[in-house]
Design a protein around this ligand. Structure first.
Ligand code: FAD
Length: 468
């Protein structure tokens, strides 16, 4: 009998693994269990779907179930895997109330993450949303638009559509966003574009905590200049409601009236399925894996938002749930289970976010406490330079903060903010981090130059020069 590769979770990590494994070994039986309807979708596009720049959820889908079937992948939607028997090498899924058993030779747990809702009083009121799944995005959009603007078939998982129709009828025009992380800020832009009053509540001293203070301060000013209210150092005490529905957010003893609330306070790995069945979890709470994405069981792999990955700067396991990490891990695991052992690759936590007209980005370790805990003696410098040659029209300032180890000069991380050219520049630093370069080496990189794209000494080179 042939071998069977079973995948739990039908999105970035899961479908990348399934596709790669089937392509590399057409004789391998590949079975994917997905508890919902949607597979192979780009959750990263959800804020732009709510904003209205992307019309339909279907536009976010990379490959349809039919296309996976054509590739010979046995995709089973609406199958929730509820247990793993590692001794017998079987998983049990529930479909339409029936239990289905499936044996495996190798198993990939790619169950992703979920939005976390802190225990705030009033979080269960109507009009309180999170944004993580495709369906939650359809629900938010339905709540804001006239109902006809979101057709019923967008609600493939049949939840939320009716519950929030009254909100559409009420035509809500103000929103409170709890959490100033990247999803909260992308959604601030989306709500603002729908002519809503937007107020962001952040319990920390700054928004975008992993991007550092220099970036955050610029972003906060930019949010305010775009009409978004920002309350920092502000713990939301409760979500206030009337007749079961949201009317305001209470914080610092005051109530800000809002018609809807988006809770964007972070995500947690869906690691329970693995953890409850004897697969080891790491200190971060995500599934612990080796460099091949293998867990403590040699036949069980984990990748994507449910798993840890090794941070190339600290050398330690880390949890940074991002899309490329998931796609890369899936692809590598697909190769490994078909006989070509392939490391999933280290991460440096490279991230970029668009907030109205600003691009904010970060990579590596920029927090001195984290750097010190990893054994470094960190030193940082901040520079500001134009995004184009000083004489070329249309440029704008880019702020670059570079961090390095004082003694060895090894580059540890960077954050940047500006109106253009930030996303591409952070990738230069990310590449340098993977290559374990020193600031002295970065200073003499041969980077492209022409007046419309930057000064002759690119801001990354200037920052390295100043830090060296
Ligand atoms: P997921 O995409 O979460 O997929 C996991 C799948 O497993 C789900 O379909 C789920 O239904 C299924 N599943 C879970 N449990 C079971 C079970 N027991 N049985 C069967 N199926 C199960 N990342 C970036 O890099 N850049 C961005 O700009 C960005 N923007 C984002 C914006 C938003 C609003 C969101 C929500 C995420 C964003 N991300 C971004 C993160 C990115 O979407 C994730 O890193 C990526 O989707 C992770 O893929 P995954 O396959 O690990 O998990």
């Amino acid at each position: 009998m042939g071998r069977t590769f079973v995948v739990v979770g039908g999105d970035a990590a899961g479908m990348s693994a399934a596709s790669k494994a089937k392509r590399d070994d057409p004789d391998l039986e590949v079975v994917v269990f997905e508890k919902g309807e949607w597979v192979s979708y780009g959750a990263c596009g959800l804020p732009y779907y709510v904003k209205g720049e992307i019309e339909s959820l279907d536009d976010l889908v990379t490959l349809t179930p039919e296309e996976f079937a054509e590739r010979g992948i046995d995709l089973r939607q609406h199958h929730e895997v509820v247990s793993i028997d590692r001794e017998e090498q079987t998983v049990t899924a529930v479909h339409d109330g029936e239990r289905v058993e499936q044996s495996y030779d190798d198993l990939l747990v790619a169950t992703g993450a979920r939005a976390v809702v802190p225990p705030i009083e009033g979080a269960d009121l109507d009009g309180v949303f999170t944004l993580h799944s495709m369906n939650s995005a359809a629900t938010v959009k339905r709540a804001l638009s006239p109902p006809a603007a979101v057709p019923d078939d967008e609600f493939q998982e049949g939840y939320g559509a009716q519950v929030h129709e009254y909100l559409a009828a009420a035509n809500p025009d103000s929103v409170g966003i709890i959490g100033g992380g990247y999803i909260g800020l992308e959604m601030a832009e989306a709500f603002e574009a729908r002519d809503m009053d937007v107020h962001v509540f952040e319990m920390l001293p700054h928004v975008l905590a992993p991007f550092g203070e220099d970036v955050a301060e610029k972003v906060e000013g930019h949010l305010e200049s775009n009409g978004v209210g920002v309350s920092l150092d502000t713990m939301v005490e409760r979500i206030v409601g009337e007749d079961g529905r949201v009317t305001g957010i209470e914080a610092d003893g005051e109530t800000v009236p809002v018609d809807v609330v988006l809770v964007a306070t972070g995500v947690a790995p869906n690691a329970e399925l693995a953890g409850e069945n004897g697969v080891e979890l790491g200190e971060t709470g995500a599934i612990a894996t080796d460099e091949y994405g293998r867990t403590n069981d040699e036949h069980v792999f984990a990748g994507g938002d449910c798993a840890e990955a090794r941070n190339a700067v600290t050398g330690e396991p880390d949890y940074v749930p991002l899309a490329l990490t998931a796609n890369r891990a899936g692809r590598a695991i697909g190769q490994t289970v078909t006989g070509t052992p392939t490391p999933v690759g280290d991460i440096v936590g490279t991230a970029v976010v668009k907030v109205f007209d600003l691009e904010a980005a970060r990579t590596g370790v920029i927090d001195h406490e984290i750097a010190e805990a990893a054994g470094y003696d960190p030193v940082s410098q901040v520079i500001e330079q134009g995004s184009r040659a000083h004489y070329y029209p249309g440029g704008s300032p880019i702020t670059v903060r570079l961090t390095a180890d004082r003694e060895s000069g090894r580059l540890l991380g960077a954050s940047m903010v500006g109106r253009e050219g930030v996303a591409q520049r952070i990738n230069t630093v990310a590449t340098a981090l993977h290559a374990e370069m020193t600031v002295g080496e970065v200073e003499y990189l041969d980077l492209a130059y022409a007046p419309p794209f930057g000064p002759v000494w690119d801001p990354v080179l200037t920052a390295a020069k100043v830090l060296h």
